[in-house]
Every structure is written in structure tokens, then in C-alpha cells.
Unconditional design. Structure first.
Length: 235
């Protein structure tokens, strides 16, 4: 690794933003966003609402998972030239099932300063209100959409501690159906699902039950099929 000696070197700050409730942002995060030369964002409309809420006028630049090599090099050059750059995702912490990993890798390879500005996390928020005993869990990110999806569910019974993963609103029913099939195949295994929905938002709830029970709840109450989901599976 080549460490950059320039004392005027800039900083890449990885800033966690609220996952729903606008009040869930730290004082440090607000200061960093205000002091940044510019903010890298997934969607200017989403981040724009947050900045407007806190009267932050820092310039935004679009940055997502499809950012080109040219874009990365330009950002790295800006940091080398002393700029303070903040990276945010639409919600939560960049780099955790969100864009940002490649940029952080490149910044570290260049010996640049990368600061973590921690904050709201859907994973720990869900685990904290699930009421699960123990301090171990595995985070699996998003469920694969196609390739590897069946293997993903089959492997859940191999864990001896709870697993946490994200699922999109338009696939939550299929996920519960897959968990029902898993429960049928392994009928000697007691599978409990904790379904965190709309965490930190007005209609936040944690639904707990067997895969079959929760599937029926969502069938009976279609409105519960909408929102952002964090799923915890305990076998």
C-alpha cells in the first residue's frame, strides 16, 4: 500500500443515514455532511429530502453501483487534492448491501483516509426488538433473485444461530413460501421467522411465527406485504 504523504490530503467519509425516521441521524453525521465539499448519493431526490430537513446545502453528485472507472478515479483525485467527500446511500450504511465497496477499496489502496460515520442499521434494529436470546447471528444480505436462491434457503438449516437477511417488498411472499417448503422438508426442525417491517417508520412492526403462520397473516392482510423487510430466521 502506498501511503500518501500530502498533509493537505482529503477524506472519504462513509456516512450512515436514517433507514426511515429522519430523526435517526447523528450530530456528527450532520456536521460531516455540512462540511463536505460534495456528497456522493444514490438518488439525489432521496438524499435531497434529508439535506433539506436539516438545511444542508452541500452539493450532491450521483454515485451508484454502476459508477464507471472514470468516476472512481475522479473521486480519488479529488481526495488526493484535499477535498472532503461524504458517501451516503439512500438509507443505512453505504457498503452494507449498498454501493460503496469499490470506492472504499480504491481509497484504501491509495493510502487515503477513510472515516466511518456510524448510525442507523436495519440489521441491528431488527435484532434488538426480536427478543432473541444470545449474541450471535449471521447477516446474509439480500436473498438472491434467481441464481442461488434455492440453495440460499436450503442452507438456512445449517446455521446453529439466527440468520438475518433483507428482502424486497415484491418478493416477500415468495420468500415466505420458500421458508414454508423448507419447514415441510425438514419437518423435525422448528423454524421461527421474525419479520421486521417498516422499521423506524410510522407502521413499524415485528411479526413473529412459523413460516406458514406469517404467510397467512400477509395473505389475510395484504397491506402488510408492502414496505421494507428485514427477515430473521431461527432454526
Amino acid at each position: 500500500m502506498n501511503i500518501v504523504e500530502n498533509k493537505n490530503i482529503g477524506t472519504l467519509s462513509i456516512v450512515a443515514t436514517p433507514i426511515g425516521n429522519m430523526e435517526d441521524i447523528t450530530l456528527r453525521a450532520l456536521r460531516v455532511l455540512k462540511e463536505a465539499n460534495y456528497i456522493l448519493v444514490e438518488d439525489t431526490r432521496v438524499t435531497g429530502k434529508l439535506l433539506k430537513q436539516y438545511q444542508i446545502v452541500t452539493k450532491m453528485k450521483r454515485y451508484d453501483a454502476h459508477a464507471s472507472e472514470t468516476t472512481h478515479l475522479a473521486i480519488i483525485d479529488d481526495i488526493k487534492n484535499g477535498l472532503k467527500i461524504a458517501l451516503v446511500s439512500d438509507a443505512g450504511t453505504p457498503g452494507v448491501s449498498d454501493p460503496g465497496v469499490l470506492l472504499v477499496q480504491q481509497a484504501r489502496q491509495e493510502g487515503l483516509r477513510v472515516d466511518a460515520i456510524p448510525g442507523a442499521s436495519a440489521v441491528t434494529a431488527a435484532f434488538s426488538i426480536a427478543g432473541l436470546v444470545g449474541n450471535q447471528f449471521s447477516f446474509l444480505g439480500f436473498v438472491p433473485q434467481k441464481k442461488g436462491r434455492q440453495t440460499f434457503f436450503n442452507d438456512l438449516v445449517l446455521y446453529n444461530h439466527p440468520v438475518v437477511f433483507f428482502e424486497a417488498t415484491h418478493r416477500i411472499m415468495k420468500t415466505l413460501e420458500s421458508l414454508c417448503k423448507l419447514n415441510t422438508i425438514h419437518n423435525s426442525v422448528d423454524i421461527t421467522v421474525y419479520l421486521g417491517r417498516e422499521l423506524t417508520k410510522l407502521h413499524e412492526e415485528m411479526l413473529v411465527g412459523s413460516p406458514k403462520e406469517l404467510l397467512q397473516v400477509l395473505i389475510d392482510t395484504p397491506v402488510k406485504q408492502k414496505g421494507e423487510f428485514v427477515v430473521i430466521v431461527s432454526v
